[in-house]
Design a binder for this molecule. Structure first.
Ligand SMILES: [Ca+2]
Ligand SMILES: [Ca+2]
Length: 282
């Protein structure tokens, strides 16, 4: 759990995305299974200037020393067009920083993408130990012209490709040379609304929000489910300044949070940390 908090916090503190980027709300999973030692999840942002949806695939690994994986993500081909896949920082750090030994990447698999990674070459022993990996890899999708972001992404098992060369396509995690199935959830993806300053994502702004932020920042409290909502002052950091900004506003001693505020909406422009899950808007 500490790994999750520190990794996410590091991402929140360091990640600054410039340009015209809107938060993309990716809602809670549909039809979640339970009991797996591996929980996959999605979060994302939409870059309106480039018309690209950037989706991070995370994994909560409670199973052991992970040696590799094959993960399929299915999408609506009438809305999304996958263009590229990039692995995240922990995979980049493998093998002395040279990255994984083998990558099998199929962005044109039927109905989705297939991404397989083997950490070590012959004789190696590279693993990702138990922990939370916020950006195991990232998928870049183009939006099909003329559509809005209102769709669903699912972790899935894509049948062996009838074109190309992806004959091993089932979603599995590898530990000790054995394959294990993770949870296969679906996530709604919308260019969603949120309320700036609502760090605890309950739909209202009050003193509970700066307390929630302070707990997250300094007491290993829960991470805001919508990081951009916690960016109360709409600058390039999620830090003590946001809690102080909110406290000043709540006590009538400072300005109100920038839009979207005081009603729900999308971020009109600017730097965004992403909004993984915000359900409090009507
Ligand atoms: Ca709140
Ligand atoms: Ca801030």
């Amino acid at each position: 759990m500490n790994t999750q908090i520190s990794a996410s916090r590091r991402m929140a503190t360091l990640s600054v995305i410039s340009g015209f980027i809107l938060a993309v709300v990716i809602t809670i999973p549909i039809g979640a299974q339970s009991g797996s030692d591996f929980v996959l999840a999605l979060s994302g942002t939409y870059d309106a200037a480039e018309n690209i949806l950037l989706v991070d695939v995370s994994i909560e690994n409670n199973g052991g020393d992970m040696q590799g994986f094959n993960i399929d993500v299915c999408h609506d081909e009438g809305i999304l067009d996958p263009k590229a896949i990039f692995y995240g920082p922990e995979i980049q750090a493998l093998n002395g920083g040279s990255g994984p030994a083998f990558i099998f990447s199929y962005i044109d698999a039927p109905g989705g993408i297939v991404y397989g990674v083997v950490f070590s070459g012959f004789g190696g022993n590279e693993v990702l130990p138990i922990g939370f990996y916020r950006q195991l890899f990232q998928i870049h999708y183009d939006l099909v012209a003329g559509v809005t972001i209102d769709t669903e992404l699912c972790f899935c098992n894509i049948p062996p490709c009838n074109t190309g060369n992806c004959s091993v396509a089932e979603t599995i995690i590898v530990i000790g040379g054995q394959s294990y199935p993770p949870e296969l959830n679906c996530f709604d993806v919308t260019s969603g609304d949120f309320l700036r300053g609502d760090a605890n994502a309950d739909g209202t702004i009050n003193i509970a929000d700066p307390i929630f932020s302070l707990s997250y920042l300094f007491s290993q409290g829960l991470e805001p489910t919508c990081l951009e909502a916690a960016n109360a002052n709409n600058d390039t950091g999620i830090d003590l300044g946001d809690a102080l900004f909110l406290l000043n506003y709540i006590n009538g001693m400072g300005p109100a949070p920038p839009a979207p505020f005081p009603v729900c909406g999308v971020d009109p422009a600017g730097a965004v940390f992403g909004c993984g899950n915000y359900d409090a808007c009507p």
